[in-house]
Design a protein around this ligand. Sequence first.
Ligand SMILES: Nc1ncnc2c1ncn2[C@@H]1O[C@H](COP(=O)(O)OP(=O)(O)OP(=O)(O)O)[C@@H](O)[C@H]1O
Ligand SMILES: [Mg+2]
Length: 333
Amino acid sequence: MGKQLGIDLGTSKTMIYLKKQGIILCTPSVVAVERKSHSVVAVGEKASRMLGKTPGSILTLKPLCGGVISDYEATSLMLNRLFRDIGAYSLFNRPSVTVSVPYIANEVEKRALEDAVIDAGASSVSLIPQPAAAAIGAGLRINSPSGSMLVNIGAGTTETAIISMGGIACSRVLPIAGDDLDRAIVRYIKSNYRILIGEVTAEAIKRRIGSAHPSVSRGYLEVSGRNLVTGLTATVKVSSTEIRNAIMEPIAIILAAIKSTLENAPPELAADIYDFGILLTGGSAVLGGLDRMISENMGVRVIVSKNPFDNVCMGIGRAVENPEKYASFISGH
Ligand SMILES: Nc1ncnc2c1ncn2[C@@H]1O[C@H](COP(=O)(O)OP(=O)(O)OP(=O)(O)O)[C@@H](O)[C@H]1O
Ligand SMILES: [Mg+2]
């Protein structure tokens, strides 16, 4: 029998869970292909190091954008190579796959994901809504009659959801998350210092000194880039406070989406959430002071999950291990 896999196909990274083993792979969602033949040159970490540096004959692609597939062929090429790399794909051995999908994805988007997984070589594919996977992975009591609220802020999407009695009561998806904070930092450095930096540098700045609340000030960082006037490399010292101002706009949009999910929730569930709080997950949940900023603005307790990076994949993994228990969430062909 083929291997049973759970996959969190994220905008920035792909994680694979193998039944009875746990998470066996976490790698950037990037694939490098030959322009003419479309044959795969590299995937994951290796392809990621090639971003922006490849000769004209090679294309380096990020197949997901804003949490959904933006390049169908690149997605299945990347997954096929990953299946081979982990020994889950050969002529007589095809994996069965459970993959997460945004709760509000439409039928066309779901179909595209299923087809890409099958084209990549899977024998079957099941879908699980991402907020359900995140809640299971974070250990929320999803069958309890009291509501829980979860906010997953990743690289390409922010997904909010209120879960109660084994179902998703309401959810919102916003194509704005960590990548947008990086882009806002690039814009800030460009317009204030006339220095051009790449998104990789911007992400590093965000991780080192990024902050969403004035109480979390994380000092200064020297940043190098290309001076737009002289064309030469230049270095400036940037403060945590500047970065907080630079990312204020996308942060405000994320906050508005969280607020509106709660405002539109059924009153009884909203009352539960005011009692118990909101759980933050996804890689961007660890941005300095983000929990505090949301909490102060909404008057609700906000807790950052213990394992924000792998909640979704662990939740898919639990569903793969106990399909009966989580059957109500899973759909597939
Ligand atoms: N220390 C940190 N501070 C702020 N942001 C961080 C930190 N570490 C990682 N991130 C951000 O977390 C994001 C990645 O999160 P995650 O792995 O949950 O995304 P994803 O699942 O690939 O994307 P999505 O769910 O949106 O499709 C990136 O934008 C990254 O910059
Ligand atoms: Mg994610």
